[in-house]
Design a protein around this ligand. Structure first.
Ligand SMILES: NC(=O)c1ccc[n+]([C@@H]2O[C@H](COP(=O)([O-])OP(=O)(O)OC[C@H]3O[C@@H](n4cnc5c(N)ncnc54)[C@H](O)[C@@H]3O)[C@@H](O)[C@H]2O)c1
Length: 246
């Protein structure tokens, strides 16, 4: 029996990178995982890799109707939701003085509003159940400002930290835990896009001297999903090789 046997988990952005590693980690603990990603072909491939305890559902968390459809489908298929991992995000490298209104709004619509909408939908189910876990992916950029990541991205992730605390306050009496994991730079396609020279420069600034692996972040998320984290809520857990200590 795994620690998450019979539990159902949604992982947004579960097709690749950190989300894929989270899907694998939760499924190893026995959970049934729903990979909710706008790249449904890639998510289906990841679900197939995981096996019969995973399914892909096409979802764009930037579109409220798509978020509603995801939660309706999960309720109809499984009748429960134990864990929501808000992992989907977009991160575009735009210099601070050049962020257009459209670019600003697109980033906030996915990273911050999307996280809010999925959390509300999950809360409605978890409230009825009397338990649930929500784990948000924030970022070290929320604490130190966005250089490569962009000011709009880092602001959206600072918003995610605050949202985590607000939902944690509302969730505590209902026994719904809401926490965030705050990764430093992690080797995924998101950071591959920054190019080798930039990644080398950032890696040298990390006391650990290398980027996190997706599995490092996934293990922290998996811990927060288990009953061992029963009394932890409103926590922002750094996984950053010593980059930020606060
Ligand atoms: N990689 C890093 O260095 C790093 C550092 C700190 C925080 N994070 C955070 O960790 C999370 C995962 O990052 P990653 O590096 O694996 O990213 P990634 O870009 O490799 O993967 C993101 C996934 O989210 C999906 N996605 C994007 N927009 C979506 C939307 N609107 N609806 C549904 N799915 C959507 C993509 O299709 C993709 O599968 C993100 O929240 C990111 O901000 C990453």
């Amino acid at each position: 029996m795994g620690e998450l046997t019979d539990r159902v988990a949604i992982i947004t952005g579960g097709a690749r990178g950190i989300g894929r590693a989270i899907g694998q980690a939760l499924s190893r603990l026995g959970a049934f995982v729903v990979l909710a990603d706008r790249d449904v072909a890639r998510a289906a491939g990841t679900a197939a890799e995981i096996g019969s305890s995973a399914v892909a559902i096409e979802t764009d968390i930037g579109r409220p109707a798509s978020v509603s459809a995801l939660f309706t489908e999960v309720e109809q298929r499984f009748g429960r939701l134990d864990v929501l991992v808000n992992n989907a995000a977009i991160c575009r490298m735009v210099p601070i003085l050049d962020i257009s209104v459209e670019e600003w709004d697109a980033t906030m619509a996915v990273n911050l509003r999307g996280t809010y909408l999925t959390s509300v939908a999950a809360f409605r189910i978890m409230q009825r159940q009397g338990h649930g876990r929500i784990i948000n992916l924030a970022s070290a950029a929320a604490k130190i400002g966005g250089v490569a990541a962009g000011a709009h991205y880092s602001a959206s992730k600072a918003g995610v930290i605050c949202l985590t605390k607000s939902f944690a306050l509302t969730g505590a009496p209902l026994h719904i835990n809401v926490n965030a994991v705050c990764p430093g730079p992690t080797s995924t396609e998101m950071t591959d896009a920054w190019g080798e020279a930039t990644n080398r420069m950032f890696a040298e600034r990390i006391p650990w001297q290398e980027y996190a692996r997706p599995e490092d972040v996934a293990d922290a998320v998996a811990f927060l999903a288990t009953d061992r984290a029963r009394y932890i809520t409103g926590e922002i857990l750094d996984v950053n090789g010593g980059l930020v200590m606060d």
